[in-house]
Design a protein around this ligand. Structure first.
Ligand code: WQD
Length: 340
């Protein structure tokens, strides 16, 4: 079965290509490489032996996107990762985010409609919960106000898909990722953030001496140690959940419901200081950090109830926080050598 992976040259996209191939799927990537490099597909090939074809088209260009599906009429399903995802950047450039993230989704859904593509898995985010009204959050937790334009593009994206799903027999799954971190154990693929935006790339670049010091954004939150709490989940566990989601859709015998939501988190919370401690423990690398003022837009604490994904998708996350730190560090050292 052939699956199109949009954003296939990205962090979660490339790890999902590996998992899909290892589970017998044929894959193509659709990625304009505006925030990625096709070089990562070399790493996918080193792991799987498969050379994945990437169609470097901008999904906001409907004609260009349609041409990909014209050339690949046997695509049965799409996993849609391609989107901009920096919370801070979205606050500074809201139109860039609304245009890119929503135009690309709308064009993809038109193609799903016009080319009879049966299965769609959408990359959503725990950021749709905003500052959650309850913890842990379940898929039924009411969504609070989106804290950034990025989060709003995910809330609106979910609503667009939910409405579209009512109009046909296409089947949709929305996967709400918590904080994806770590890298494939082979060391051949991982996240590439030349200017780190997220905590773990910032930690590994500080430990590698590329950054002088990690700034910890605030320690006066209402948490165990005052620093923000998040639900960190290994990127390989996230990737595997996409394969299970597709297999679930393929094996469904009826059409109802044809849009389902799943939380993808470890179901545990870890504070920033606990992540730092886990990094030092897993790598024996002491980390230079300093507590500074809070970062605007940060949610104080959020972590998932992942029962539904375990029960319905038979998903079992298997990597620990220490594994996440060890694989992230191994990838950072690899990056110093291959210098993507
Ligand atoms: C984590 C914690 C910071 C950097 C991310 C993605 C978003 C979405 C959800 C998928 C926070 C603290 C960070 C630093 C720090 N993922 N921090 N110093 O904000 O939870 O959002 O996950 O859809 O796309 O961006 O992740 O890694 O930026 O921050 O103290 O230098 O680490 O305050 O508490 P965040 P993050």
């Amino acid at each position: 079965m052939k699956i199109a992976v949009t954003g296939g040259c990205g962090y979660i996209g490339s790890h999902t290509l590996v998992d899909l191939i290892e589970n017998g799927f044929e894959v193509i990537s659709i990625d304009n490489n505006s925030r990625s490099t096709e070089q990562i597909l070399t790493g996918v090939e080193q792991i799987t032996g498969i050379k994945v074809r990437n169609y470097a088209v901008d999904m906001c260009n409907l004609d260009a996107l349609r041409a990909v599906f014209e050339k690949n009429p046997d695509v049965a399903g799409v996993i849609h990762f391609a989107a901009y995802k920096w919370v801070g950047e979205s606050v500074e450039e809201p139109l860039l985010y609304y245009r890119n993230n929503l135009d690309s989704l709308l064009n993809l859904l038109s193609c799903i409609n016009d080319y009879g593509i049966r299965y769609h898995v959408f990359s959503s985010s725990c950021s749709v919960y905003g500052n959650p009204i309850e913890l842990p959050v379940t898929e039924n937790t009411p969504l609070s106000v989106a804290e950034s334009p990025y989060a709003m593009t995910k809330q609106v994206g979910e609503r667009i898909i939910t409405d579209f799903a009512k109009t046909g027999t296409h089947q949709h799954i929305l996967l709400r990722y918590f904080n994806p971190v770590g890298a494939h154990p082979s060391g051949h693929i991982g996240e590439i953030q030349p200017i780190p935006q997220n905590l773990v790339p910032y930690i590994t670049q500080t430990a590698a001496g590329l950054r002088p010091q990690l700034r910890v954004f605030g320690n006066t939150y209402n948490t165990r140690d005052g620093t923000c709490l998040r639900d960190y989940i290994h990127v390989c566990d996230i990737a595997y959940a996409h394969t299970l989601a597709l297999q679930y859709l393929v094996n469904k015998t009826d059409n109802t419901p044809n849009c389902e939501i799943f939380n993808l988190g470890l179901g545990e919370g870890a504070t920033v200081l606990e992540v730092i401690t886990a990094f030092e423990r897993a790598t024996n690398e002491p980390l230079n950090y300093q507590i500074v003022e809070k970062r605007a837009g940060d949610v104080e604490k959020i972590y998932s109830d992942n029962t539904k994904a375990k029960k319905v998708l038979h998903w079992r996350p298997k990597y620990t926080l220490d594994d996440m730190m060890a694989t992230a560090w191994a990838w950072q050292k690899q990056l110093l050598i291959i210098n993507y």
